[in-house]
Design a protein around this ligand. Structure first.
Ligand SMILES: [Zn+2]
Length: 254
């Protein structure tokens, strides 16, 4: 079982390395629920994590996650002691702490640019992070740490990149740095802003069409009559054309 688990982890890690540019030391964003589960199952996170991920790791958390544990009181004192030992990453809620689940998800932004692994037992966080491509999830089950298989969102993202529908994060970064070198990025942003404003001010072209149709409600019958007349004349023309065609094949046959 242990070997199988390790093999699966290796496969998953190389998926993130190859498709989402994950590199050592792996950044592991941890919350109180994971520490609590580790404590219950007697798992030494600092020891086990690098072994399981087969590489250097950096264990970190946020101020909000620590604050939440403090407010929850004595039952989570042990978890708090563990979490305190990890690096505290800056989050945007310095003055007004938010729930840990909300904070962790905000750290991932839209594309997980800092390549965080997330270690949590919190259902709100796991469901949230599965909507973001390229976020490895670690959780504790049956006394062991488990690296979850890539989410469907991650798999779909990779497939879209392979089909050329999307630019991979690595490519995006290189494009961005190229633009910055040439000083294009700022101008580009301004242009985009102007374009969006124009689009909003334009009236909907479909609404214009409807108004014209409403303006001429009465003469639809006459129109159809005219149409029929036209059709009749077309038929006559076709007949004459047909006559020409009848004579044509005799020419080709000879
Ligand atoms: Zn926060």
């Amino acid at each position: 079982m242990k070997i199988k688990r390790q093999k699966q982890a290796k496969k998953t890690i190389s998926f993130y390395k190859y498709n989402f540019s994950f590199r050592e030391p792996f950044q592991i964003l941890i919350d109180g629920t994971f520490c609590q589960a580790a404590l219950k199952n007697k798992i030494q996170i600092k020891e086990q994590m690098p072994k399981y991920l087969m590489g250097e790791v950096q264990l970190c958390t946020t101020n909000c996650a620590l604050k939440e544990l403090e407010t929850l009181g004595k039952q989570l004192y042990g978890a708090k002691i563990i979490l305190q030992r990890f690096q505290v990453r800056k989050c945007p809620h310095f003055k007004n702490p938010v729930p840990a689940s909300e904070c962790l998800l905000s750290m991932l932004e839209d594309t997980n640019p800092h390549h965080y692994f997330v270690a949590t037992q919190d259902h709100a966080v796991t469901t949230g992070l599965k909507k973001i491509p390229g976020v490895p999830l670690l959780y504790i089950i049956l006394n062991t740490i488990v690296l979850d298989k890539p989410s469907q969102t991650s798999l779909d993202h990779v497939q879209a990149v392979q089909l050329g529908e999307l630019v991979s994060p690595a490519q995006q970064q290189s494009i961005r740095s190229l633009k910055e070198e040439q000083g294009i990025s700022l101008k580009d942003g301004e242009r985009r802003g102007k374009k969006r404003k124009r689009k909003q001010s334009n009236p909907n072209p479909l609404s214009c069409l409807k108004k014209k149709k409403k303006g001429v409600p009465t003469p639809p019958l006459k129109k159809t009559e005219q149409g029929e007349k036209r059709k009749r004349s077309r038929h006559k023309k076709r007949k004459t054309e047909g006559g020409d065609n009848m004579s044509a094949p005799t020419v080709t046959n000879t």
